[in-house]
Design a protein around this ligand. Structure first.
Ligand code: C5P
Length: 248
């Protein structure tokens, strides 16, 4: 449950644009493209590349421009360290942040404790199940996990639910099943989304935005097909229109 934005705006389904840029200048050049578009306020994802180079100052600057922010740092450490990391992040104007579900229930609960602000508000806290760059073969041959991929992901999603996470990061291929196994509402945030003509790059499990909608994803995360498009504004419009089924 979102304890941050009372009007539920952070919960509204959308395409989250992955700002995988190396520095502030390239991000701002990208965001400026949307200033005169019909829908200038985006839901953006700031990941490790940008956060490690520009830090909290850029998070604040992007929030000031009116964008919702998913801070994708995928915290994975012992519970005490995860709690401290989240306490530091709780001071930022963010809407969503994440941990790895494979860190276990205690770690996820500690992360929640750290992230909860003194006034009781808390950004959405979600847990990564399995990276969408991992397929069945890699799970079996490299990670040596004997369980099949879908059961493995469902197991991690169940841990996330037990730990009281607001949602999970998963492939759209598992979103429907995760929701079906969950008695209460659980948000699914899914990367690995491409139109058939797009390059899949390093994503091993990809689906179209239409399919992601059918699979009940609440949010899709799209990076390179938008950030490297000749016309990023038009590319986001296409993804939104296909995922949200609007004519915008
Ligand atoms: O460029 P692309 O659309 O592949 O970007 C996907 C984004 O989603 C990247 O920023 C990547 O770090 C992130 N992500 C992912 N798989 C996960 C979790 C996050 O691809 N399981």
């Amino acid at each position: 449950m979102n304890r941050n934005i009372m009007d539920g705006d952070a919960m509204k389904s959308d395409v989250i644009v992955a700002l995988d840029f190396p520095d502030r200048r390239s991000v701002l050049d990208f965001l400026n493209l949307f200033d005169s578009s019909d829908d200038p306020e985006l839901f953006v994802k700031i990941g490790m590349e940008l956060f490690y180079s520009e830090g909290a100052a850029l998070v604040r600057e992007i929030a000031t421009r009116g964008h919702r922010i998913f801070l994708d740092l995928k915290i994975h450490d012992i519970p005490n360290t995860a709690r401290g990391a989240m306490a530091s992040l709780s001071r930022l104007p963010i809407d969503m942040v994440n941990v790895h579900a494979s860190g276990g229930i205690d770690m996820m609960k500690s992360a929640r404790e750290g992230l909860t602000r003194p006034d009781g508000t808390c950004p959405l806290l979600i847990a990564v199940t399995l990276l969408t760059s991992i397929n069945d073969e890699k799970l079996r041959d490299e990670l040596r996990i004997k369980t099949d991929l879908q059961s493995f992901v469902l197991g991690l999603a169940s841990l996330a639910r037990q730990a009281g996470m607001d949602g999970v990061v998963c492939s759209p291929l598992e979103s429907y099943e995760i929701k079906a196994c969950s008695s209460s509402h659980i948000i699914t945030v899914s990367p690995g989304v491409r139109f058939p003509a797009d390059a899949t790059e390093d994503q091993a499990r990809v689906v179209t935005p239409e399919r992601a909608r059918e699979r009940l994803c609440d949010f899709i995360v799209v990076g390179r097909p938008i950030t490297r498009a000749v016309d990023p504004v038009e590319s986001l419009r296409r993804f939104r229109s296909a995922f949200l089924k609007t004519d915008q």
